[in-house]
Write a protein that binds this ligand. Structure first.
Ligand code: AVI
Length: 319
């Protein structure tokens, strides 16, 4: 769930009002929780890129290898000359091979982070000459318009990385419906979904010895201190990755290691040792569950490709 705003050192002139509202309400809640989109300031986005390279974080590498393997087949099932719309494009490295294989007329990367977007659009124009690259700086989960140039073109939505897993199922179906409304009836969607697997592997992917995921999670507290005038003693919180079996998801938490008092934007908070702030969900799907989620979101699965051992899947669906 890439999102939020990244802004340099010190207090920004105007803190993001939604970040402030989410952080204050989330910390005051009886079950403290802050939406995962706020993990992705500039530092958080850098740390996430590092996470994707970690040996135990399998999703990015597994999906990349699977995509490379199925490109020739994808090229036969996806028509040429359509507009590819990538949701949360970031600094995606998966896209150039896909674009070369399916030969679209236009590519529309959509990302909230203007920095990443402009850089990757410029890189892409060099590696796929002749392709119309039409970046859109927007939060893909909220309403936005596609560039007029792609009006009338058939569309392929591309939503890799298992980012759908960062939405609770009800929001995930809303998001899929929003993609359907945006892309239109008859559009295609290629989506990456992470699968349920042994708990030890799941937890190891989100709490590794290198400590990068811990830094990614704890950066949220630094961000609150920096942008919302907080006094949170960051060293009094520890990263924890928990498997929630009934909800089929990895949860990231920041757990207080001692009793702490702090303020955020002048508001006082007290946490007791062991109390946690829930910061992210990463849902994992079984084969049938993934298909049902797509159907509930208005997409009919057409083809599915599985990584070895059923670790990850790429599904092509039609609106
Ligand atoms: C972006 N998203 C798919 C990642 C995931 O696996 O849920 C975010 C992440 N959080 C911790 N590690 C990776």
């Amino acid at each position: 769930m890439r999102g939020g705003s990244s802004r340099g050192l010190g207090l920004p002139a105007t803190p993001d009002p939604q970040f402030k509202a989410d952080a204050l309400a989330g910390l005051a809640s009886s079950i403290p929780a802050i939406p995962a989109r706020w993990l992705y300031d500039h530092r958080g986005s850098e740390l996430f890129e590092q996470i994707t390279e970690l040996p135990s974080y399998y999703p990015t590498k597994t999906e990349g290898a699977l995509l490379a393997e199925i490109l020739p087949e994808l090229a036969t099932v996806i028509p040429d000359g359509l507009a590819v719309v990538e949701f949360g494009a970031g600094s995606s490295t998966k896209t150039p091979p896909l674009l070369r294989a399916i030969d679209p007329a236009a590519y529309v990367p959509v990302d909230i982070s203007g920095d990443f977007l402009e850089q990757s659009a410029a890189d892409l124009r060099k590696v796929v000459p002749g392709l119309a690259v039409l970046p859109v700086a927007a939060d893909f989960a909220r309403p936005f318009d596609l560039p007029a140039t792609v009006d009338g073109m058939a569309k392929l939505g591309f939503f890799p990385g298992s980012t759908i897993g960062n939405f609770v199922p009800r929001s995930a179906t809303d998001l899929l419906r929003h993609f359907r409304d945006l892309l239109g009836t008859g559009a295609l969607l290629l989506i990456g979904m992470d699968r349920v697997k042994p708990v030890e592997r799941l937890v190891a992917a989100y709490d590794e010895p290198e400590g990068v995921t811990a830094a990614f999670n704890l950066n949220l507290l630094d961000r609150i201190n920096r942008e919302l005038d907080g006094t949170i003693p960051v060293d009094a919180f520890a990263h924890e990755a928990r498997w929630n079996d009934i909800l089929s998801r990895i949860e990231m938490h920041l757990v207080a290691t001692r009793d702490v008092d702090f303020t955020v934007d002048g508001q006082a908070f007290a946490f007791t040792a062991g109390q946690s702030i829930h910061t992210e969900n990463s849902h994992k799907y079984g084969q049938r569950g993934a298909r049902v989620l797509l159907l509930a979101g208005g997409w009919t699965p057409l083809r599915e490709w599985e990584a070895p051992g059923g670790d990850f899947s790429l599904i092509l669906a039609e609106a």
